[in-house]
Design a protein around this ligand. Structure first.
Ligand code: WQD
Length: 337
């Protein structure tokens, strides 16, 4: 069975990707430092899969540990999620973000090369587009200076990967530019882990629905959109996980020294108010919210053109906003038990 190393594999998208990999006949191996995840995710995986997933506790910046992992296993490919990812936090501790997010990629690429492992799927983000001049946004839409150090680390990592391939490296690379991941596995055994006050909309909404947060603040309703609130492309985490499996399978068919990148979104944009209304519909809860000031750095509207990921990877989203919010709410209710 082909082994795939998932860095940050106990995290939100990583754990869902572990399930998708097993379902596709791969053997995932996880490395995670549990700085933004919990061992509860490993228990959830065990229950879903009926077997445990091998996990190394540690940091991708630990070169010796990374070498050990490659020596002790027969890894065929890597999916690299491990990174610090809070936009707001990154503006406060940029050096930590640059060190963690960039060094971990460099050490991973060097370790892969030393061990003859070529295939890597890199977790990038639509944040590299900033506020696009064209919508829906295509992979060829020019990237802009990101609004945060976090976004800059994603753009820099894409550049590192492109330069690495241009240098003639044997590696085969796919970068996936995620839009806004939401939801949880239908079993509610894994999901987005709430560490502190959620920065992202959907976990805040589900916590407000559960009475954990008193009120949701809508960050601005004076944007140039139909209802005045920001528009995003909310993609179910199970669909996003599937895109990673299809990327691994795609890489296995490519020649050495290969690079490609894909937008991974639904192709639909929904406003904050539409998320609130849809949440109320699927949960039966009335959400307590108020409109407040805009949040620094927020872009007005972005959603994906998904022609390329559909035509090249053969991937299309199975779930929409309703299923994403329903699964997010079920997960929240399971946490409250
Ligand atoms: C969505 C919309 C907010 C909270 C970021 C990163 C992206 C990825 C996902 C890591 C915006 C509004 C939010 C709230 C609100 N991160 N909102 N009240 O900012 O689009 O994307 O997270 O991979 O890279 O950029 O996601 O969920 O924070 O915000 O009104 O309490 O919800 O203004 O319009 P965002 P988000």
């Amino acid at each position: 069975m082909q082994q795939i190393l998932i860095t940050g594999g106990a995290g939100y998208i990583g754990s869902h990707t572990a399930v998708a990999l097993v379902n596709a006949g791969f053997e995932p191996i996880i490395i995670d430092n549990f700085s933004n995840s919990s061992k509860q995710a490993l228990e959830g995986l065990q229950k879903i899969l009926g077997k445990s997933v091998k996990c190394y506790e540690g940091d991708c910046n630990d070169r010796a540990l990374m070498q050990t992992i490659f020596k002790e296993n027969s890894i065929q490919g890597v999916i690299h999620f491990a990174a610090s990812k809070a936009v707001g936090e990154s503006t406060k501790i940029p050096l930590t973000y640059y060190n963690n997010n960039i060094n971990s990629l460099l050490i991973l690429l060097q370790t892969m090369e030393e061990n003859g492992v070529k295939d890597i799927v890199f977790s990038s983000s639509c944040t590299v587009y900033g506020q696009p001049d064209e919508l829906p946004v295509k992979e060829t839409t020019p990237r802009k200076d990101a609004e945060s150090p976090y976004g800059n680390t994603k753009r820099i990592c894409e550049d590192i990967l492109m330069d690495y391939i241009k240098s003639g490296a044997q590696a085969r690379v796919v970068a996936l530019r995620y839009f806004n991941p939401i939801g949880a596995h239908p079993s509610s055994l894994i999901g987005e882990l709430p560490l502190g006050v959620p920065a992202n909309l959907v976990p805040f909404v589900t916590q407000a629905g559960a009475g954990i947060r008193e009120k949701l603040t809508v960050f601005g309703a004076d944007f140039d959109t139909p209802d005045g609130t920001c528009i995003r492309d909310y993609i179910h985490v199970m669909d996003l996980a599937d895109a990673h499996v299809k990327s691994i399978e795609y890489l296995a068919k490519q020649k050495d020294n290969f690079f490609d990148l894909f937008n991974v979104g639904t192709g639909n944009g929904n406003s904050v108010l539409e998320v609130i209304q849809t949440f109320e519909k699927v949960s039966g809860k009335k959400l307590n919210y108020e409109v407040g000031a805009r949040r620094d750095g927020d872009i007005e509207k972005v959603w994906a053109n998904t022609d390329k990921v559909t035509s090249v990877l053969g991937w299309t989203p199975e779930f929409g906003l309703e299923e994403g919010l329903k699964d997010a709410w079920n997960w929240q209710e399971s946490l409250n038990k």
